[in-house]
Design a protein around this ligand. Structure first.
Ligand code: PMP
Length: 405
């Protein structure tokens, strides 16, 4: 088996077959990953014979579920190299995690004339929450440009930073271009002016071994469904001292210390930020997903997918009628355009060939504007991807080029 094929475990993923049992070439993992059977089984058990709500431990099943839910928190902490599980806040997804930081930390720390730095390649989830809090607080947004080949330009970042910069929020890996940020350098730059660094880890968590201490950021968010887990759960990691200073953002059950009409007090983090009945079964299934990914070796994921991305770029380049976007060396995400073919038409024809790609603006309209295109076609890999997926994609592209003359 080739270097690029060593992680592929297609048989573990029931979603990688068509309804009538043919291989389905799923190249949209950056949008959402397929789930291994172990995750589906964990979720089914948690919804079935194990099910009860948490934090109401007068009966045994609930106490058991509470242990499972808190074990998931510990597993996340260990997986990302957090200092402890009290730095792990369960949220609905990365989008909610960024909104939480913007609304809670932002409302407490941003004022008139303060600056928030984002980059040109951010996902709308890492733009709009900041625009909303900027409007409320009078803060302003600066946009960090990209290098020619589509990486966040750290030289330009340094030039944009001012003593008024309070927050720098950047994608660790671009969901469109696959470019990888030198997170440590970005953290050092942000900290040199006293700003915080939030990393959008949606695309890095499923592709890299992570260590919060080494990254040296202040907040980190990711979504469970991109890490081979279920939808409806994600993680906000924050430095303990920062979380402790932050006010709650949603009120309700489970986030309080004591409630009275003359004044309510709040639980410490992470419970302070988990109002209401949490995503119990999703957390337990996320635990199973992390176990699965850990078995494959998180440090091998990046090389596996990067090799596939390299192969795909070489093949696409040899077709001559393809524009490639993004750096040569990237995570397993490749954006491209075929001359004279709208990405949606390509996506539709590929679907007939049992190949699933993404076509569109990928929730990164400012980046599309910067690239001068309305949309791109995007193939993204996962730990189950291999050369057979690339071959099927290339067959489909050749057929498309013939159809379009
Ligand atoms: N940031 C990036 C880089 C993403 O790729 C995505 C998902 N496409 C998000 C944020 C938002 O994630 P979610 O929709 O799961 O909250």
């Amino acid at each position: 088996m080739s270097e690029a094929g060593v992680l592929s475990r297609k048989a573990d993923f029931p979603g990688l077959l068509t309804a009538d049992g043919r291989p389905w070439h799923y190249l949209d993992t950056a949008a959402s990953a397929q789930k291994p059977q172990k995750v589906i089984d964990a979720m089914t058990r948690a919804l079935g014979e194990d099910y009860a709500t948490v934090h109401r431990g007068v009966y045994g099943r609930s106490a058991q579920m509470t242990l499972g839910y808190e074990a998931a928190r510990r597993r996340v902490a260990e997986f990302i190299g957090a200092e402890g599980e009290d730095e792990i806040v369960f949220v609905r997804g990365a989008t909610e995690g960024i909104n939480l930081v913007a609304q809670s930390w932002g409302a407490a720390n941003l004022g008139e004339g303060d600056r928030i730095v984002l980059s040109m390649l951010e996902h709308h989830s890492n733009i709009v929450p900041w625009q909303m809090i900027a409007e409320r607080t009078g803060a302003e947004i600066d946009v960090c440009p990209l290098t020619e080949d589509g990486r966040i330009d750290l030289g330009a970042l340094e030039a944009i930073l001012t003593p008024r910069t309070r927050m720098v929020a950047l994608a660790h890996v671009s969901n469109v271009l696959g470019s990888v940020l030198d997170a440590r350098a970005a953290a050092d730059l942000a900290h040199s002016v006293g700003a915080k660094l939030l990393l959008d880890g949606c695309q890095s968590t499923p592709r890299m071994a992570l260590d919060m201490k080494a990254l040296a950021c202040d907040f980190y968010v990711f979504s469970g469904h991109k890490l081979y887990g279920p939808t409806g759960i994600g993680v906000l990691w924050g430095r303990k001292a920062l979380l402790e200073e932050m006010p709650p953002w949603q009120g309700g059950g489970a986030m309080i210390d004591k409630v009275a009409f003359d004044g309510t007090t709040y639980a410490p983090p992470p419970q302070r930020f988990e109002a209401g009945t949490p995503m119990i079964t999703e957390a337990i299934a996320l635990h199973a997903a992390i176990d699965y990914v850990a078995e494959q070796g998180p440090d091998r994921l990046f090389a596996h997918e990067a090799a596939l991305a390299r192969t795909l770029r070489e093949e696409l380049r040899s077709l001559n009628s393809v524009t490639l976007f993004g750096p040569e060396e990237s995570a397993g995400i490749v954006s491209f355009a075929l001359q004279g073919v709208h990405p949606h038409d390509l996506g539709t024809i590929l679907d007939e060939e049992d190949v699933a790609i993404r076509a569109g603006h990928h929730c990164a309209q400012p980046l599309m504007e910067h690239l001068g295109v309305p949309a791109t076609a995007r193939a993204s890999f996962g730990l189950y991807s291999d050369e057979s997926d690339i071959a099927a994609l290339l067959r489909g592209i050749e057929r498309t080029l013939k159809i379009f003359g």
